[in-house]
Design a protein around this ligand. Structure first.
Ligand code: V07
Length: 246
């Protein structure tokens, strides 16, 4: 899906959709002898650096895994703090998003998200809706399996109502019911980056990562820089993607 991939000025491919699992904020704080909160604050600075560099390099969509449906199991005061971060983030970063023509989007389940957090995200989406550059897509209260379950329910309802014939159900139909329908035609991930040395998918964009390339960095997320993103993009350019062909 999607149109022709972008070429950079070296005539090499830039991935349209880069997705990032921002891991290691807690361990960064431990290393620095600070509270976990400090790791999350520094993690936001890394988001700024990486978003701006990705947009400069011609990435079309940058998806960041900010909060998973499993993260509700963390201590209540940490959950409360994390729910405050989108508000802090947009208070500080909307002008820079505007300067860089970046458009905000969100994928996830809005039901459990507190009102002020939801409103802050909706406001940022509205403020940046006319931007035509990179989409900065936050996966917030997101879970890959739950996303597929919800898509299935939606398809069943359409079949029951007669809007859709059972025989017409295909991969394309299911994909178009996923939360990532909002970032079509770039809904499939080209490059997945995970920081902090872990090498797991952790229920992130399960369907959309079917053919993605993986890049793992040992750096904790708060230590991530634009130059590290460049390394990941260079690494991507030196691989050949075959989509199952030979
Ligand atoms: C969070 C800071 C970055 C490192 C990862 C963990 C902590 C930005 C957001 C955010 C979320 C939604 C949105 C805009 C910004 C965020 C959480 C944690 C839960 F629309 N950073 N950040 N959300 N951290």
């Amino acid at each position: 899906m999607g149109d022709q991939p972008q070429l950079n000025n070296n005539n090499k491919f830039i991935p349209d959709h880069v997705a990032v699992i921002m891991d290691g904020n807690g361990r960064w704080a431990e290393k620095m002898g600070e509270e976990r909160k400090a790791g999350h604050q520094e993690g936001m600075e890394a988001i700024k650096r990486v978003s701006i560099r990705a947009s400069e390099r011609g990435v079309k969509v940058l998806t960041l895994y900010a909060f998973s449906t499993e993260n509700w199991k963390r201590p209540p005061q940490e959950v409360k703090f994390l729910m405050q971060l989108p508000v802090n983030f947009f208070d500080r970063f909307v002008p820079e998003l505007q300067e860089n023509n970046i458009k905000v989007n969100m994928i996830g389940f809005k039901d459990k998200v507190p009102g002020p957090t939801k409103r802050s995200i909706e406001k940022a989406i509205d403020q940046t809706k006319n931007n035509t550059g990179m989409i900065l897509n936050f996966a917030f209260n997101y879970g890959g399996r739950a996303e597929i379950v919800e898509a299935t329910k939606s398809i069943v309802e359409k079949v029951i109502s007669g809007e859709l014939n059972k025989k017409a159900i295909s991969e394309e139909v299911l994909q178009s019911e996923l939360l990532t329908r909002s970032i079509q035609p770039y809904d499939e991930v080209d490059l997945l980056i995970r920081s902090s040395g872990e090498q797991r998918l952790s229920n992130f964009l399960l369907w959309q990562n079917a053919y993605s390339e993986f890049y793992f960095s040992k750096l904790f997320w708060p230590d991530f820089t634009g130059d590290v993103l460049d390394e990941a993009l260079d690494d991507y350019q030196n691989r050949s993607r075959r989509y199952g062909a030979i």
